[in-house]
Ligand binder design. Sequence first.
Ligand code: ZN
Length: 482
Amino acid sequence: MNENKSTENSINLEPVIGLEVHCQLACLSKIFCSCPTKFGASPNTQVCPRCLGLPGVLPVFNKKVLELAIIAALALNCKIHRQSRFHRKNYFYPDLPKAYQISQYDEPLATEGHIEIDGKKIGITRLHLEEDAGKLMHDKRSSLVDFNRCGTSLIEIVSEPDIKSPEEAYAYLTEIKAILQYTGVSDCNMEEGSLRCDVNVSVRKEGEGFGEKVEIKNLNSFRGVEKALHYEIKRQTDLIGKGEKIIQSTRLFDEKKQETFSMRTKEEAKDYRYFPEPDLLPLVVEKEEVERIRAQIPELPSQKRKRFIRDYGLPEYDAEVLTATKELADFFETCLKDYGKPKIVSNWIMTEFLALLAESKKKIADSLVKPQLLTKMLKLIDDGLISGKIGKEVFADIFNTGKDPEEIVKEKGLLQIKDTGSLLSVIDEVLSENPQAICDYRQGKKKAAGSLIGQIMKKTQGKANPALVNQLLLDRIEKYTF
Ligand SMILES: [Zn+2]
């Protein structure tokens, strides 16, 4: 159903969506001090006077942060500015001991980028550096604060309002995440807060100016973004349909109720009293430095997709699934090194392997399936030693135990029966039990053979070679005497 047409007045409004992605950089230490950034440490054990903002300390910029941010900016096709600057963004909140955040304001590191989603360009307004705040934990009686995350390096990636639907927002985020992971800029682990997203959304009559926008903050899953957008677009459209006004505000999304609720009216830039950070020099990036970094950028997801289609003859869908993460793409390509049938490998990965991973909630790295175990099993199928159906059983076993497929086949007695003598005795047994099917077949009802083959496969636990069964049965069924 089209959400936009759900109002009584049936006005046709177009959503305008922009996304802000906050991404924690894969740095071992923080942006302005040498505290570690390891996730899961005991609260307030990874802090120092600098990241706690105690009086008399000075920030020292971590150069690794800049390198990763430049990689991200280049991979997102941004223009890198020779000079950028840090500003103080002043606001009070209990998770921010300095009462200001060091961020970049009107002189960001990079601007004017874009990515492509299904052939459509989505603009990236800017990419800038900033530090993270701490984390508050609330229970019924009290609130606790953990400053470990204070001063962790972030990049913020702000899109142009080019996104036109919740689904497109989802696709944009998926692509951004893949790019950041491929380039090693971030682990993008959403459960650990390495990737977070704020959404700006308004609705307007097609071709008219922008409406009042609403910001939805702290969304921590891509599906959450999609759902929050569906809800918010309908809410705004309904309000306008009733002749009411949209109030510019910041809202939160309630995952349980699947709706947004108002948090506060939105601040404007002037509320933050930005001014240049007096304790840090402007950041200067020379062209040679940018070119040196550009040369190190690995193949990006979109390039890999195109190459998989071109070099391996894969359908677009397969290429998209297989390149979703670098680990999966690498797994696929390692398989091809000793098994040269890309589509067959792709089918097994996309159906069996991904299903088992999803079911067990495992990542590829934690799974016991190694590329050479999969390819060894595929060779057993090709050599006619096991059937494709038995292959699925063997593969599930590899997944659970990490055992060699040959060993599994031997241990479980799964070798395909190719011995004519033993197959014939099973066939005769089935025929003697089904005289009616024989009559039907002889009278021209060829379908009757199908049910007989089914029974033969069942009696051999799927181990019979299907082609051989077929050939023997058709021969036998004519000659069989009661
Ligand atoms: Zn520190």
